[in-house]
Design a protein around this ligand. Structure first.
Ligand code: ADP
Ligand code: MG
Length: 335
C-alpha cells in the first residue's frame, strides 16, 4: 500500500495549454516501484517509440542493478565471495558513481548498506527491531571502502561487503531514459525520482511544475518546484517504515550506527540536472540532517529543500525563486 502512495507522491502538476503536440505515456513497474515515462512529439508514433525504448532501458537497468535476482551484475558481485567479477558497463558506471558519492559525503551515502536492509527487513512483512548485537555485526560489513573498482569493468568486494544501489539506481535510470529523448520533451517519474526535460508543451514558458508530497499524507502536495531540464528527487521517512514503541524505523540508514536515521527531518528533495547525483544526495543529506546538510549544500552547490518535523521547509538559496508553498497547508517556509 505504501508503494502506491509513494507512486502517487511522485505524480506531477501539469498546467494545461493548447496546441500541444502528440504525447505518449507508458506506465510500468520496475525497480520495486511504479514508474511512468511521457514523451511529446509531432507524431504519436515517434512519442511512442521513444517512450517504449526508454522503458526498455529502465527495465534492463533494473535487472542489472538489483541485488534480488538470479542474474544481473550486482547480484553476481554480491554472490562472488570476494572474487573479482566483470560487470556490465552500466552496473560498473553506477557502482563507480556510488563510490565517488560515498567518498564525497564521507560515507553518509554508502552503497554497502545491504546487510542493514536485510537485517531490518523494512518494507517487508518481517520488519522488526533487531538485537543491538546483530546491528553491530551488520555494521562491520558496511563500508564503501570495501568496494574495489578494477580495470575492465571489474570489481571486487572485501570483508563480506554487499552492494545495494537502491539509493542511486532510479536516479541513474532517470538519466538513462532522458538520454533517449532525441530532443523531445520528456517527463520521467520513477518512484520518488522525477525528471522533466525539454520545453513543457503544456506550459507557455516551457517550465515544469513538480509537486512536493506532504510527509504525513504523500498523496497530497504541500509545495511545488518549477524546473526545466532537471531532475527532482525526494527521500523521506514516510516511504517504507514500521513503528514500534512510538519510534518510526524507516528505510534510510545511518551507515555509522546501523539504525534508521533519527532526527528532525521528514524529507529531503534535491533538484539537479543529473538525477543519479540528486538521488545519492537526497539520501546523504537525509543522513547528515538539516544543519550539516545545509552546510554541505552550500559547499557543494547543491539545490535542496529540507522538510522538518515542525512543518517547515528549509530551502537553499538556489531554489528560493522556484519553490512555492501551497496556501492553506499546514507547512510554511522557514524564516
Ligand atoms: P527511495 O529508494 O525510496 O527513493 P532512497 O533513494 O533514499 O529512497 O534510497 C533508500 C534505499 O537505499 C534503501 O531502501 C536502502 O536500500 C538504501 N540505503 C539506505 N540507507 C542508505 C544510505 N545511507 N546510503 C545509501 N543507500 C542507502
Ligand atoms: Mg536516493
Amino acid at each position: 500500500m505504501k508503494k502506491i502512495y509513494c507512486m502517487l507522491g511522485a505524480l506531477l502538476f501539469l498546467l494545461t495549454g493548447c496546441g500541444a503536440p502528440a504525447s505518449y505515456q507508458t506506465d510500468f513497474f520496475a525497480m520495486d516501484t511504479f514508474m511512468s515515462i511521457t514523451v511529446w512529439a509531432r507524431k504519436e508514433a515517434q512519442a511512442h517509440d521513444i517512450a517504449a525504448e526508454a522503458m526498455q532501458r529502465v527495465n534492463a537497468l533494473g535487472a542489472s542493478l538489483t541485488r534480488h535476482a538470479e542474474k544481473g551484475s550486482i547480484a553476481a558481485l554480491n554472490a562472488a565471495n570476494g572474487e573479482a567479477v566483470t560487470l556490465d558497463a552500466d552496473a560498473y558506471d553506477v557502482l563507480a558513481a556510488a563510490v565517488s558519492y560515498a567518498a564525497l559525503t564521507d560515507g553518509a551515502f554508502d552503497p554497502t548498506t545491504a546487510p542493514l536492509s536485510d537485517l531490518w527487513g523494512i518494507g517487508t512483512e518481517q520488519a522488526a527491531l533487531p538485537a543491538a548485537e546483530a546491528i553491530a555485526e551488520a555494521c562491520t560489513r558496511v563500508d564503501y571502502r570495501n568496494i574495489e573498482l578494477l580495470d575492465g569493468n571489474r570489481a571486487r568486494l572485501h570483508n563480506g561487503a554487499q552492494v545495494d544501489l537502491g539509493a542511486i539506481g532510479k536516479g541513474y535510470a532517470t538519466d538513462a531514459a532522458a538520454a533517449l529523448r532525441a530532443g523531445q520533451p520528456m517527463l520521467v517519474s520513477l518512484g520518488g525520482n522525477v525528471g522533466a526535460y525539454g520545453a513543457n508543451p503544456k506550459n507557455k514558458d516551457g517550465t515544469w511544475t513538480i509537486g512536493l508530497a506532504n510527509p504525513d499524507n504523500s498523496a497530497e502536495y504541500i509545495a511545488t518546484l518549477t524546473v526545466r531540464d532537471a531532475s527532482v528527487v525526494t527521500s523521506g521517512d514516510y516511504e517504507r517504515f514500521f513503528e514500534q514503541y512510538g519510534v518510526r524505523y524507516h528505510h534510510i540508514f545511518d551507515p555509522k550506527t546501523g539504525y534508521p536515521v533519527q532526527g528532525d527531518l521528514r524529507a529531503v528533495t534535491v533538484a539537479d540536472p543529473l538525477s543519479a547525483r540528486a538521488d545519492a544526495m537526497t539520501t546523504a543529506l537525509f543522513v547528515m540532517g538539516l544543519e550539516q546538510g545545509l552546510a554541505f549544500c552550500a559547499e557543494q552547490g547543491i539545490d535542496a529543500v529540507f522538510i522538518t518535523a515542525d512543518h517547515k521547509l528549509h530551502t537553499t538559496a538556489g531554489l528560493r525563486g522556484s519553490l512555492t508553498v501551497h496556501e492553506g497547508v499546514d507547512y510554511a517556509l522557514a524564516s
